[in-house]
Write a protein that binds this ligand. Sequence first.
Ligand SMILES: C[S@@+](CC[C@H](N)C(=O)[O-])C[C@H]1O[C@@H](n2cnc3c(N)ncnc32)[C@H](O)[C@@H]1O
Length: 593
Amino acid sequence: MTNTLYIPVRDGSTSLNGLATMFINSWCGNKTQLTFVNHSSDSLTIPLPCLTAKANPNVALLTTLPFLVVGESENLSHLTVSGLAAVSRYLMKDSGDPVVIKSLGFRGNCLQAPAECSIWTSFCEVQMIQSTILFLTQQQQEGVVEIPTTLVQLEEHLKQPIRMHNVVKRWQKNQQSSRVADGELRQEEIQKQAGSLLDHTYVEGPDMTLADLLLFPCVTLLSERLSAFGIQLAEHLPRVSSWLMTMKPVVRQAWTTTVGETPILDIASLRIQPQPTVKIPHIKETSLYKRDTARRTGTGGNLSADEVKKVTDLLKRQKLMWLNNDSENGTGGHITTELPEGLISLIDVNTCSDFTPKINWTSLPDPAHPRQGHIPGSRLDRKIQQLDGIAAAVIEVVSQGDVIVDFCSGGGHLGILLAYLLPHCHVVMVDNKEESVRNARQRVAKLMLNNVTVIQSNLDYFRGRFDLGVALHACGVATDLVLHTCLAQRAAFVLCPCCYGNLAHPELPVHYPQSELFSSRDIPAYDFSVLARMADHITPSGRLGMAAVDLDRLARASQENYIVTLRKLKPDSCSPKHDLLTGIPSDHCRKKS
Ligand SMILES: C[S@@+](CC[C@H](N)C(=O)[O-])C[C@H]1O[C@@H](n2cnc3c(N)ncnc32)[C@H](O)[C@@H]1O
C-alpha cells in the first residue's frame, strides 16, 4: 500500500499548513511519499529549501491541500484524508514508530474530534494557523505591536490545571518527586487537585502530543517575528516561552529537516524600532479544553413556554405557518402554510404510518445492505425506511454520469446503496469520523465498487465538482453547509436534516434565518434559534419548528432559482427527523439515467 502526501507549492514556497504537514511527516520519519502540487491559496508562503526546482504536477483537487491519499489494501478501498489534524493523525498512526504513536495520547484520541465540535482541535488546527498568517502578513501600527490573541490564550491555557485521563494515577506515580507527601491529602482532595499538582510541561500535560507538534511551527514563527520587533516572548508570555524551549530540542531534527538551518523569516527587513509598545489583548481566563455550549448553540438553557408561544404566534402573524388544531389524527394538528405562489411544492406532507418500499431490499448483496453497517436490530427497519425514501428521491432526479456527493456519509449506508444502484454515476462519500470511514471503505472493497471515492475530512474542505449533493441526518449546521456547497456549485440536492437545535455557529458562513422570505417577515435570529430548538422536541410545536427551519432552507434555495420541494420520509416513525428537502436548479437540463 503506497500513500502519497500532496503539498501545495508555488515558487519554492508552501503554505503554513503545508509546512506543518511536512514537519509532522519528518517527525514520523519521512516515510510517506510527497507530491508537490502547483497551488497556493494562502497570503503567507514559507520558502523551504527542499521545494526548489521540483516539477509540480497539477492535480484535480477534490479537497483542500495538503491532503493524503491512502492506497488500496487487501480489505480497504482507497481513501483521501484532509484537514491538518486528520492528516497528521494518519501519518503518525501509519509510522509504525511506538514513540510517534504514543504522542497520539490516551487511546490515540489526540485531536480526533473535529474542529467544529472541539475548541481544542479548533485552536490547534485552525485558529493558531489563521492568527499566525494574519500576524505575519499584516502591517503593524508604527511603534506598537499587539501580541496575537492565540499566544495569550495559550499562555492562559498553560496556567490552568491539566485535564487528562488517569490524572490521579499519573500524579500518584510521580509522588516521589511531588511537593506533597503521601497521606497528607484525602482521596477527594487528590481528585480535585491532581490536575494542578502535575506540571503543564506540554500543552496537554506532562507528555508531548500531536497538539504540541501542530502548535510548534506557528509559535516558532510568531516568536521569531516578535523577537525581530525587539520583543522577547519570555518577558510577556513566560509559560509559552518555556514550552517552546522544552519543545525545541525534542523536535530539532524533524524541524531542521523541514526548514533547513537558516531562519525562515528575513529578520533584517522586519525590525520596526528597538522598543515598541507591546499590547497584550485581554482574554477570558480559561482552559482551551473547556466546552462552551453557548458557542455552539448561540443560546443557553431550556425553552420556556412563553418563548415557544411568542415564536409560534410570530410565525402565524407573519402568515408563514401555523398549526390547525383539528387534532383528529392524534398528532396535535396539521401544519398550514400560506406561502407566495410557486415558492415551494409541498408533496404529501401529512402524517403517514404506511410504508411501501421502492427498492428491492432482498436483492441487495450484503455489503450494500444497512445490516452490514453495525446497526442494531431494532433500528435496522427504520434505517431501511429512511434509505428507501431518500434513495428513491435521488433516483428521481439523478442523470446518467452524474457525480453524487454523500456528505456526512457515516458508515456509507446511503452512498454505498446509491453507488450500487446507479453504476453509471460516481459517488463521493465525505465524513470526518475515522471509524465510520473505515467501515465504509471495507464495504466498498467487499462490493468491488469502482464508482466510489471516499474522503475523510470535514465537509467544508471538499472542493470537487459535483452534480447532486445528498445528506441523510447531517447534524445541525452541517446540513446548511451542504446546502451552501450545493447552491455554490448549482448542484441539485436531496437532504434529510437532523439536530435542529444545534444551528448557530459564529465561525461558519451560515447565518439564520437564511432566506429573504424569513428576514422580510421580521423573524429575528433569536426567535429563529428558538424555532430550531423547538424542532428537537417530539411535540406538535416541535414539528412546527422543524417545518419552519426547513422552509427557511428551501426558501433560500428558491430565491437562488431552484425548484424546491418539501416532503416526508415514510412512515413518520422511521425517524423523528423525517423532512425531505429536494432542490433542482431551474436552469438545469437533465437527462435521466
Ligand atoms: C447522524 S450521522 C449520519 C450518518 C449517515 N449519513 C447515516 O445516515 O447513516 C452524522 C455523520 O455526520 C458526520 N459529520 C458531522 N459533521 C461533519 C462535518 N462537518 N464534516 C464531515 N462529516 C461530518 C459525523 O461524523 C457522522 O458520521
